[in-house]
Design a protein around this ligand. Structure first.
Ligand SMILES: C[S@@+](CC[C@H](N)C(=O)[O-])C[C@H]1O[C@@H](n2cnc3c(N)ncnc32)[C@H](O)[C@@H]1O
Length: 272
């Protein structure tokens, strides 16, 4: 079986972390998990909050794979999962510095360059100076390569004992996989997966070979399964890139997908 459990992931993964708190709505994801019977799930890891939120809704015989290109992101998810398992009282969610201390030398991060952001921002006019004014402050933090960490953004379940118990019950079914969304067919069989969550992955350009590759990923879904994406338009590369959500929407009939609903920024596509 591909992937490794969290206990092993904290010993083999690590590195430079970009995403710690989720930029996506965990409530929308909790709703998605509640509405569906999830036995086999593939979820893009990012800061791990999305994966943990969806994990709560996994079937008791299910398996959940969190995948990411970056081993440091997989480490963050594994460390958060193990922290949850050990925690008896709230908050059930560690800060970045807590996990850094728990696992010395495994992860590091560059703080966001606030001075650069401030130089681009006109505090008097409360907007960004040209040519950056169309961008969100959050986006500039990410452009700068700094750690995206915002203590206000802890997931809704960070103090919810019942929800955390549902997550904990399923941690034994969690596997972490260093892998590429566009090459998941190297690890999994066609028509076996109930949900593929692609987060808000963005691409610099829509290239034909990526469309071919995403169609191999879509083929992993069983009939009635779905692919969900976060379609937050603030996340594109300087306004020029394309999100995976857009790519799916523009090519849905070619990929055998039907638009299956929108909840906030979350877009769901069903396998026809
Ligand atoms: C764009 S980031 C956003 C983080 C996310 N919004 C969150 O709240 O945690 C999503 C994650 O996708 C990963 N990623 C980007 N392209 C990928 C790909 N082709 N396959 C797998 N993971 C990818 C990045 O390493 C990053 O951790």
């Amino acid at each position: 079986m591909p992937g490794i459990p969290p206990q092993e992931a904290v010993t083999v993964y690590g590195g430079y972390v970009r995403y710690y708190h989720s930029t996506e709505s965990c409530r929308d994801l909790a709703r998605l998990a509640e509405e569906r019977k999830l036995k086999q799930v593939l979820a893009c890891c990012g800061g791990g909050d999305q994966a943990l939120t969806l994990l709560a809704g996994l079937d008791k015989k299910g398996i959940f794979w969190a995948f990411d290109l970056q081993p440091a992101q997989l480490f963050v998810l594994a460390a958060k999962a193990l922290y949850l398992l050990e925690r008896k009282s709230p908050p059930f969610y560690p800060s970045f510095s807590v996990i850094q201390k728990m696992y010395p030398g495994r992860i590091s991060a560059q703080p966001p360059d606030r001075r650069r952001v401030d130089r681009l921002y006109d505090a008097r006019l409360k907007c960004f100076r040209d040519p950056f004014k169309m961008f969100q402050k959050r986006f500039l933090y990410e452009c700068d390569g700094g750690l995206f960490e915002d203590g206000q953004r802890t997931p809704f379940w960070s103090r919810d004992r019942d929800y955390c118990q549902c997550i904990c019950r399923n941690i034994v079914r969690l596997r972490l996989l260093r892998g590429d969304l566009f090459y998941l067919d190297h690890f999994f069989k066609p028509a076996t997966v109930d949900l593929i969550y692609v987060s808000d992955i963005s691409l610099v350009a829509a290239q034909d070979f990526l469309l071919q590759r995403i169609s191999a990923t879509v083929a992993l879904l069983r009939r009635g399964g779905c692919l969900a994406a976060n379609a937050d338009s603030g996340e594109r590369f300087l306004g020029n890139g394309i999100s995976v959500a857009d790519m799916l929407e523009r090519n849905s009939s070619r990929l055998g997908l039907m638009a299956g609903g929108v909840s906030g920024a979350l877009k769901v596509f069903e396998k026809a």
